[in-house]
Design a protein around this ligand. Sequence first.
Ligand code: NI
Length: 275
Amino acid sequence: MDIGAMSRGPGQAGARRGTARAIAAVVLTAGLAGAGTLVTTTEPAQAATTGETVLSVGTASLSVGTALSVSTPSETGVNCRRVKCVALTFDDGPGRYTDALLRSLAAYRARATFFVVGQNVAAYPGIVRRTHAAGHEIGSHTWSHPDLTKMPAASVRAQFARTDRAIKAAIGIRPKLVRPPYGAFNATVRLQARRPVIMWSVDTLDWRYRDSAKVARKAIRSVRPGSVILFHDIHPSTVRAIPKVLKSLSKRGYRFVTVSQLFGGKPPRVVYSRG
Ligand code: NI
């Protein structure tokens, strides 16, 4: 779990700007939401075999069991310089509530980024496979969630390397992003990560409140275009908050993208938010 001590990114001020401008894209999102909600019982084995295959939306609505695994090409083409984007990020999983979260995200055709803990990936590789196959981004949150700033360089390197292997075993690719536990990093951590370090600009403090109404309210009130919002999908209260967040922000014209999509595929070395 992430403590809030380092959670204040630069996005707090002006967080209430950028409301109510409806964009035509929302209508598209809402209109297609039905295809996602049809499918609530994806079988792990079926999802796992789909891998990175990209199917059309039409196919998705016909083949129950694979809809969660379908990449939606229109979302990958979102240009966050032109439309309002937000990156929802979920740390510390995968866990027993992650599949429910995937269903909510699919219902809104929302993409998110999951910073997974390596030892949980090893325990639940199927969940990570389904997450990846549904078009979400998988980032590294280390093997065992230590404070990396208190470790020697070799141990930091081992934390990332072991997690890379577990993720690669699950989804076939090495994660392109890392998020240090507790948001704690220094020059050594950044060097050993050898990838963009992803922080956040909105901390929902969901690990502390365990109150879905409060968590949703925090996300909805603090968001602005380009925000990176921190959640933890190991808490059922957080997973219950997400449909409300998706509904409210969709109405306000937001598109839900992965961190890499937020930066057009090229995140800078340290990220708090875009813009
Ligand atoms: Ni964490």
